[in-house]
Design a protein around this ligand. Structure first.
Ligand SMILES: *Cc1c(COP(=O)(O)O)cnc(C)c1O
Length: 360
């Protein structure tokens, strides 16, 4: 068996040891004679899996006690609606930062429920940069300020956290959660679809400050109401049990690795190696402002786009897969989440240099 290096933006690679443990436990979890997939979500076995996963995530991210951690479904995309429905709390509008395609989707959905004030828009730079906080047109009456910490498609990431004072800060962390430490106490709400840096698709994590729960709009669907999920331990209905279990194995793996400080060190090393390869070449280009380059998603173009297919074939021949870029950006994109081993990046850089020497 050859495991390939998978550079997909999501669903993405999972740590091999996690998959091996899941495989070993597939038919019989801890001598219970059942697969986690077959367990009642209300039984004591699954309850212990669920509680351990939450405790480990709280430890890894240092989540303060006055935050609820919800294990939901519907993807980050459902949160685009859930956030205004729950967090407007009688206010007319909310502030949104537009740094790319995911921010735009969040804005479009929120506009159905409230008046959206776009405080900053980097579309004019083709989403290759982020405007300084001082230039943002914020509204002190906003119910919250929403931003996308890492734009997965253009590969643009905030290295700083906006200081919004009393206005709760809401962050889409889908493609950067767990890649480095963040101070959770600076946020009102953090959300992330699991399939990039947490576990398999089908699970969505919401970390929300308790005082923001309990004032949802009347029209809020029950399944989007944070109060309902918080009161029911994310088990108002059947949760995504197997994805929750796998996420728990990933949290344990992160602890074994040395936590998020260690992950950040490795992730910076991986990203630097790849950006150096791009910057030291006349053949590959990444257009993003250096200060705002993503640690997780590295888009790059070839000097001659007619070589794109040849590049993808050459990569596949070396077991480097899913490098094709998003259609809106073109070229290539290497997503290098936590589970991408350093060796995968080393092989990619070697392949890129060999390809450039031959065709560049
Ligand atoms: C992938 C992604 C989403 C959408 O996630 P789903 O779980 O597919 O709904 C939203 N925001 C960002 C930043 C993403 O990377």
């Amino acid at each position: 068996m050859t495991r390939k290096y998978n550079f997909s933006a999501g669903p993405a690679m999972l740590p091999q040891v996690v998959l091996e443990q899941a495989q070993a436990e597939l038919l019989d979890w801890e001598g219970t004679g059942q697969s986690v997939m077959e367990m009642s979500h209300r039984g004591k076995e699954f309850m212990s899996i669920a509680e351990t996963a939450e405790a480990d995530l709280r430890q890894v991210m240092k989540i303060p006690d006055n935050y609820k951690v919800l294990f939901l479904q519907g993807g980050a995309t459902s949160q685009f609606a859930a956030i205004p429905l729950n967090l407007l709390r009688g206010n007319e509008g909310a502030d949104y930062v537009n740094t790319g395609i995911w921010s735009t989707k969040a804005i479009t959905e929120a506009s159905r429920y409230c008046s959206v004030n776009v405080v900053s828009n980097s579309e004019t730079t083709n989403y290759t940069s982020i405007q300084p906080y001082e230039s943002w047109n914020t509204n002190s009456d906003a119910a919250y300020l929403h931003y996308t910490i890492n734009e997965t498609i253009a590969g643009v990431e905030f290295p700083w956290i906006p200081d919004t004072g009393d206005v709760p800060l809401v962050a889409d962390m889908s493609s950067t959660i767990l890649s480095r430490p963040v101070d959770v106490s600076k946020f009102g709400l953090i959300y992330a679809g699991a399939q990039k840096n947490i576990g398999p698709a089908g699970l969505t994590i919401v970390i929300v400050r308790e005082d923001l729960i309990g004032d949802a709009m009347d029209i809020t669907p029950t399944m989007l109401n944070y109060e309902v999920h918080a009161k029911n331990g994310s088990m108002y209905n059947t949760p995504s049990t197997y994805a929750w279990y796998l996420a728990g194995l990933v949290f344990k793996w992160l602890k074994d690795q040395g936590g998020l400080d260690y992950m950040e060190t490795v992730n910076r090393r991986k990203a630097e190696r790849l950006y150096n390869c791009i910057d030291n070449s006349d053949f590959y280009t990444n257009p993003v402002d250096k200060e705002y380059r993503s640690l997780m998603n590295v888009p790059f173009t070839l000097a001659n786009s007619e070589l794109n297919d040849k590049f993808l074939d050459a990569a596949a021949a070396r077991n480097l897969i899913y490098l094709k870029g998003h259609k809106s950006v073109g070229g290539m994109r290497a997503s290098i989440y936590n589970a991408m081993p350093e060796q995968g990046v080393i092989e990619l850089v070697d392949m890129m240099q060999t390809f450039e020497a031959e065709f560049g």
